[in-house]
Ligand binder design. Structure first.
Ligand code: ATP
Length: 260
């Protein structure tokens, strides 16, 4: 059923995003578990003030530098990420020459084909999905461990978003550098990634497209400086400090601060 959402609604954007996911669910792109995972992300975004904080922007900058330096960077895309940010994902892939791989926790070939189709319609050129040669990541039972041989399996850098912790940790075990977009800094994904972007997936990817346009002309040594001076532990600490500060403010005053 189509609902008319008035633009004047104070949570217009959030409701539109939910509608987008529900539509993708009915189309067989998002699984019901994905809708629940979105709710967990929304809760953290609410606490964080629904904005890209400095710690997120810093992580996004290091992530883009790492992708630009990589030999084979892959953007791993699942149903939620594709339905939220297909255009931004494609732009990021084109700006950085990263390959897009459709890779699903609840894997069916039919869903892979639908997501691939959605991304191609958004302009994806370099994309691996149904027709790639498959192999398994050790430590994950099939079909959760299936990846493309020419994609994630042989990548040096993998960007994941809205991803489960087991899979992130399995990528780390096979020595991939992992960049994770995850609003929950407590999650195993956030805790085990090399670069953790605690930001909403659409905002984060938009920011990264902008940053890629700035950084892609830079000398490799300058990109290496950005990556080498990056400290993910500090970024996670800053994310937790921001959550604590907002909760302290709210608990002492009884109202929430506007996000910066
Ligand atoms: P883990 O397995 O890593 O410990 P988890 O059990 O929360 O964490 P999932 O539910 O599979 O893992 O992953 C979804 C994650 O993505 C959640 O941490 C959620 O906060 C986050 N998330 C959901 N929607 C978004 C979004 N739009 N942008 C960024 N992060 C999101």
């Amino acid at each position: 059923m189509e609902w008319h959402i008035p633009r004047s609604h104070p949570r217009y954007y959030s409701i539109i995003i939910r509608e987008r996911l529900v539509k993708a669910f009915h189309e067989g792109i998002v699984v019901p578990q994905g809708l629940i995972a979105h709710g967990r992300g929304e809760a953290f975004d609410y606490i964080l003030g629904e904005t890209s904080h400095e710690f997120a922007l810093e992580a996004e900058r290091a992530a883009v530098a790492l992708i630009l330096l990589a030999k084979k960077p892959i953007i791993s895309v699942n149903g939620n990420y594709a339905s939220l940010a297909s255009h931004e994902i494609v732009e990021l892939s084109l700006e950085t020459n990263a390959i897009i791989e459709v890779n699903l926790f609840y894997r069916t070939e039919d869903r892979i084909a639908k997501i691939e189709d959605l991304l191609r319609k958004a302009g994806a050129k370099n994309i691996l999905g149904v027709n790639c040669e498959k192999t398994l990541i050790p430590g994950l039972e099939s079909p959760r461990g299936i990846v493309c041989k020419d994609g994630i399996y042989s990548a040096d850098v993998v960007l994941v978003a809205i991803e489960d912790g087991d899979r992130t940790q399995a990528l780390k075990r096979i020595k991939k550098k992992v960049i994770a977009i995850d609003l929950n800094p407590f999650s195993r994904t956030a805790q085990s990634a090399d670069i953790t972007i605690v930001d909403e997936a659409i905002r984060a990817t938009k920011n990264m497209v902008k940053i890629a346009r700035e950084l892609k002309g830079l000398d490799r040594r300058l990109l290496e400086q950005i990556v080498n001076s990056y400290d993910n532990r500090r970024i996670l600490m800053d994310a937790f400090k921001t959550i604590r500060a907002r909760l302290e403010e709210a608990s002492s005053k009884g109202f929430i601060l506007e996000a910066p």
